[in-house]
Design a protein around this ligand. Structure first.
Ligand code: DGJ
Length: 697
């Protein structure tokens, strides 16, 4: 990236793109190469690091603010540059002496991930309250040749679906006002230049580290380029800065790669890995889960739960997570949120008998909570009806029958900290599944002012407090599945529940959308029941397991009722996952498509990969296509082994000697051959998977 510092104005963007060689700097100041344009201002204002409205910039502003209607136009004319780390991290201070504002912009380029982190901090230096409507986290240029933008969208139980649209002069814009990250508008996107593919060509990516409302836009500028901007979306009146007060934006992570959208994904994975904060300082092998939700829902019984835990341990499960339904009067999803103590009918002696049973089996005990929520039918609401977000005179709008606590209130945070601390300090809990099952509406505080931003900050503060008091506890971020997955929540959590859809076929697309931005080790991925509860479709165990295997693996079914053969097969998959999770959860990820309804993904490094192949629809070809693996080293020979357990119920498929070899000692193939011609792949029925190890000799 190259910025030009110009006296009297904000730094100008000169370059943000693939790496240039050392010393490749612009030959002359930007304006030396720009002629005057007819019918334009004499003052030429190219894209700056912090474009502002009203004084010569006609694109989208990085700031929208005023003081009682005045100071609506801003120009930052003084620039201070403070290097925090030479050539890597810099703080640029911009001052507008007329509107009396200061903005500090932080830019930090991580050479390990090639991710640039941007953020901004606005201070009101003048008299009177500054009403802030918008503060961008960062603004970057995008070449005018950019032609497509890919962004995840969807809904509950079908989130992270990759959508693509062409870029043109109307630009592109996504806004989220649901109060949390949302199922439908993940705060990130990938924009590509012509010719970019999954594996090559120039691709740019950006994602916001924020778990609330947001805005992202790519806007065409009239000098043949785009500006890309993102930040937290602010509700009217939500941020009003008194003299001397500041507003800090969330961080924006931006990257560029010459290796297509897989390159962008790999950069993001590296950056997220470096941002995560693990108990003990580093990630331990991701324990295999059993999560009780789809196996039992609200139907809890101590003896049955203990039996389920025993079965889970026999299969190789390492963490048993007791989901919703365990607490006082929680018989369905209409009541009890807020009353975080065990239900006396279901657990007469509390949760200790179950937790100690689980830990005695050598598993970790995890517990589901939904701290930010409250049901009207709860002791907490009866005691503190005013703690729920609401607007006087407006109805309390429920979602999944529940209301939302005002997390910006100190007494709410204190109460939740005490309630969670009581559980964490009296039970051997190693893991919390932290849920959030509705969007925010009528999100006003007692003063009638919008509380969206303080809601996110209040939740972050509570998470931070819990992490500090119980540093050994890992936390999963869940919001009806993938409604709160972003780089902000991941600063303080360790796993996400990717989606409430466990249908393996749907999961292939959901997980691919997810992996474009987030690494696989935090991607909660479970083997569900034969018939998926969310879709009604049924799939063989081998397919369900093959799709879940690359992520943070787990089970979500009543394992007790499986037939012995199914248990044996599941145990084999758990063992397979354990054998390979080191590679799966530390390496790079390549997503590819062999055509003919055969998406694939490879995990690891170019000398040692685990390759997953998924056949979605029946083939339209007499023989399957070969699978090209462009990332392999063209100077080495590889051994390819098929490692997934044979599907005992699968229809027998035709084989051939090379395919048999992959099931035996392995097939040796040259890397260049695999890259250019491809691997022979077996014929597969629809909704089946195949897993191979590809290792350089
Ligand atoms: C939504 C989550 O996504 C599910 O996994 C489960 O925890 C339910 N909430 C429980 O109410």
């Amino acid at each position: 990236m190259v910025l030009e510092i110009v006296p009297g104005e904000a730094p100008l963007w000169r370059y943000w793109g693939p790496k240039l060689p050392e010393g490749a700097l612009p030959p002359a100041p930007l304006r030396d190469g720009r002629t005057a344009a007819p019918f334009s201002l004499e003052f030429d204002q190219p894209l700056s690091l912090f474009p502002t409205f009203g004084i010569g910039t006609f694109g989208e502003s990085a700031l929208l603010a005023h003081r009682d209607g005045r100071d609506f136009a801003q120009a930052f004319t003084d620039t201070g540059v403070r290097w925090l780390e030479p050539e890597q991290a810099v703080a640029i201070t911009l001052t507008d002496p007329v509107a009396q504002l200061t903005v500090e912009i932080s830019l930090s380029l991580d050479p390990m991930s090639d991710v640039l982190t941007l953020s901004s901090r606005l201070t009101n230096d003048g008299p009177g309250v500054l009403d802030v409507q918008w503060l961008a986290s960062g603004v970057t240029p995008l070449p005018g040749s950019a032609e497509r933008v890919m962004f995840p969208s969807g809904r509950h139980a079908n989130e992270f679906i990759a959508c693509e649209t062409g870029l043109g002069r109307a630009g592109w814009r996504r806004e989220n006002r649901r109060g949390l990250t949302s199922h439908d508008a993940f705060p990130g996107a990938v924009a590509t230049l012509p010719g970019a593919t999954a594996h090559g060509g120039v691709a740019y990516g950006a994602q916001l580290a924020w778990s609330g409302n947001h805005l992202q836009s790519i806007q065409w500028l009239d000098d043949a380029g785009y500006q890309w901007m993102a930040g937290a979306w602010l509700a009217p009146g939500e941020v009003r800065l008194a003299t001397g007060e500041s507003l800090s934006s969330p961080e924006l992570l931006a990257t560029v790669s010459e290796e297509g959208w897989n390159g962008v994904a790999q950069n993001f994975h590296a950056a997220i890995r470096r941002r995560m904060s693990w108990p003990g300082g580093s990630m331990t092998p991701r324990p295999v889960h059993l999560n009780t939700w789809e196996g039992v829902y609200f139907d809890h019984d101590l003896a049955e739960m203990q039996a389920l835990a025993t079965t889970a341990a026999e299969l190789g499960v390492e963490r048993f997570v007791l989901d919703d339904g365990w607490f006082h009067r929680r018989t369905d999803d209409c009541r009890a949120l807020g009353d975080w103590h065990p239900d006396a009918d279901k657990y007469p002696d509390g949760l200790a008998p179950l937790a100690s049973h689980v830990t005695a089996l050598g598993m970790e005990f995890g517990l589901w909570v939904e701290p930010e929520m409250i049901n009207e039918d709860s002791d907490l609401f009866r005691a503190h009806p005013d703690w729920a977000l609401q607007i006087a005179g407006r109805p309390l709008l429920t979602g999944r029958n529940q209301l939302v606590l005002d997390m910006g209130r100190r007494e709410v945070g204190d109460h939740l900290f005490d309630a969670l601390s009581r559980l964490l300090s009296t039970l051997p809990i190693g893991y919390l599944k932290w849920d959030h099952n509705r969007d925010l509406t009528t999100a006003g505080g007692a003063d009638g002012v919008a509380r969206y931003r303080s809601q996110v900050l209040g939740t972050y503060a509570l998470l931070d407090r819990i992490r500090e008091a119980f540093p050994q506890v890992e936390i999963e971020a869940c919001a009806g599945g993938g409604g709160r997955i972003d780089a902000g929540i991941l600063n303080r959590t360790h796993r996400v529940w990717t989606s409430d859809c466990i249908d393996a076929r749907s999961r292939v697309a959901i997980q691919r959308g997810f992996l474009q931005f987030m690494p696989p080790e935090i991607m909660g991925a479970h083997v569900g029941a034969f018939t998926a509860h969310s879709t009604g479709r049924s799939q063989a165990l081998a397919f369900r397991a093959g799709v879940a295997a690359p992520g943070h693996f787990g089970l979500e079914l009543n394992a007790k009722i499986l037939a012995p053969a199914e248990k044996a097969e599941l145990a084999q998959w758990i063992a397979l996952h354990k054998a390979w999770r080191g590679r799966l959860h530390s390496g790079r990820v390549w997503l590819g498509d062999a055509g003919d309804s055969l998406p694939w993904q490879a995990h690891g490094e170019a000398d040692a990969l685990l390759l997953f192949l998924y056949r979605i629809e029946p083939s339209t070809l007499r023989r399957p296509p070969t699978l090209r693996l462009p990332m392999l080293d063209r100077g080495r020979v590889y051994r390819v082994l098929r490692v997934d357990p044979p599907d005992p119920h699968g229809h027998p498929m035709l084989s051939a000697p090379a395919l048999d070899a992959m099931r035996a000692d392995g097939l040796e193939v040259h890397g260049a051959w695999l890259a250019e011609v491809g691997l022979p792949i077996p014929p597969m029925q629809a909704e089946t998977s195949a897993v191979f190890s590809v290792t350089a000799l």
